[in-house]
Design a protein around this ligand. Structure first.
Ligand code: UT7
Length: 331
């Protein structure tokens, strides 16, 4: 799904005016995780196959809502806005604390918003790109002036801690961006492209649902197959983004990819001829935080001064569904 470029330019676009993120307090290195869950794995295997060195995992009273709330509050503070300035909250997550109410309305209440609307989006690891697309479309259609778009996951609730082929790969966290109407042409969210192929649903799935108080479910992944689809489909989604905007790979200043595997990220950077210092990598410290990984990485690179206003940023993600997509943003 992609909006026609001509019709998009007639309406007011969305720009990013604030970023924020939150990680659980507890971090586990590969060795600590192996010891904690008695896993037959090694730091060397995990690092060389994925680039992961550690991940954060919720403990105590940390939940999807508490992490999302923290990230959203930080995005508000970064933008210099109050909760009353926000018209809507859209949350990408596969791990809501409850079936309903949504994480979005829980965050709405926690922020102190007394009006507006909110809902969750389920598109697994592509969730943030999906939610960003919806937020952008709602701003362009005049439904809202400011939208908080959040990606949050507590994948530690979905993992089978006896399955070393999946449990070492994921982590928990949240990231948020505040969108605001009023981007001029060539500014803000330039284009987004979404895709899904439900015929590939069994390559990466979780049976049933899980909340913060109950449920025994387990994530299953055919890693090698998903890897193969990621390489092909992400390359196509990136080409679409470049073509739509009349750009070349070398025009991109920053790639902020979904953080599933350093080998996939390096492959995409190579395809775009982007040097590694133009790619934001957090998979080493966060592991795969699914819908949270892109806004977590974006927040880090904006706050440490790497990504600056006016920079051209490419995002891409692929996950369960399979779902995938890309977004191109002039910050
Ligand atoms: O975010 C959603 C999208 N997800 C992705 O994009 C993930 C895509 N897939 C991947 O990143 C990779 O396929 C994995 C990291 C999941 C796996 O890497 P791989 O190089 O494809 O390994 P493999 O699954 O082919 O397994 C290779 C070997 C197997 O042993 P044998 O059969 O060759 O003897 C596994 O049993 O590695 C073994 N293995 C492990 N060994 C030590 C699997 N997990 C582990 C482990 N520690 N944790």
């Amino acid at each position: 799904m992609a909006q026609d470029k001509q019709s998009r330019n007639k309406v007011t676009g969305a720009r990013l005016i604030g970023v924020g993120s939150a990680l659980p307090q507890r971090a586990f290195s590969n060795d600590e995780l192996a010891a904690e869950f008695n896993l037959d794995t090694s730091d060397e295997w995990i690092r060389t196959r994925t680039g992961i060195q550690q991940r954060h995992i919720v403990s105590g009273d940390e939940t999807a809502v508490s992490l999302a709330h923290k990230a959203a509050q930080r995005a508000l503070d970064h933008a210099g806005k109050a909760a009353s300035d926000v018209d809507a909250v859209i949350v990408a997550t596969s791990t809501p604390d409850q079936v309903f109410p949504s994480v979005a309305v829980r965050v709405q209440a926690a922020l102190g918003m007394e009006r507006g609307f909110g809902f969750d989006v389920s598109a697994a690891c592509s969730g943030f790109v999906y939610a960003l697309t919806i937020g952008d479309s709602m701003i362009r259609s005049g439904q809202a002036k400011r939208i908080m778009v959040i990606g949050v996951e507590v994948f530690s609730r979905l993992l089978d801690w006896e399955d070393r082929s999946t449990c070492v790969l994921f982590g928990d966290g949240a990231g948020a961006v505040l969108l605001e109407a009023g981007a001029d042409e060539g500014e803000g969210i330039l284009s987004t492209h979404l895709h899904a192929d439900g015929r590939l649903g069994d390559l990466l799935y979780v049976d049933g649902a899980v909340g913060c108080t109950s449920g025994k479910v387990a994530l299953k992944m055919h890693g090698r197959e998903v890897f193969r689809h990621a390489v092909v489909n992400l390359a196509a989604a990136v080409d679409e983004a470049l073509e739509t905007n009349g750009l070349k790979g070398t025009d991109i200043q920053w790639m902020v990819p979904h953080q599933a595997n350093l080998r996939i990220i390096d492959g995409m950077a190579k395809k775009l001829s982007l040097p590694s210092d133009r790619v934001v990598v957090t998979v080493d410290r966060h592991a795969n935080t699914s819908a949270a990984s892109i806004p977590l990485a974006l927040d880090e690179a904006v706050r440490d001064g790497r990504i600056k206003q006016g920079d051209l940023v490419l995002m891409e993600a692929l996950g369960g569904g399979l779902t995938w997509g890309s977004a191109l943003i002039r910050m």
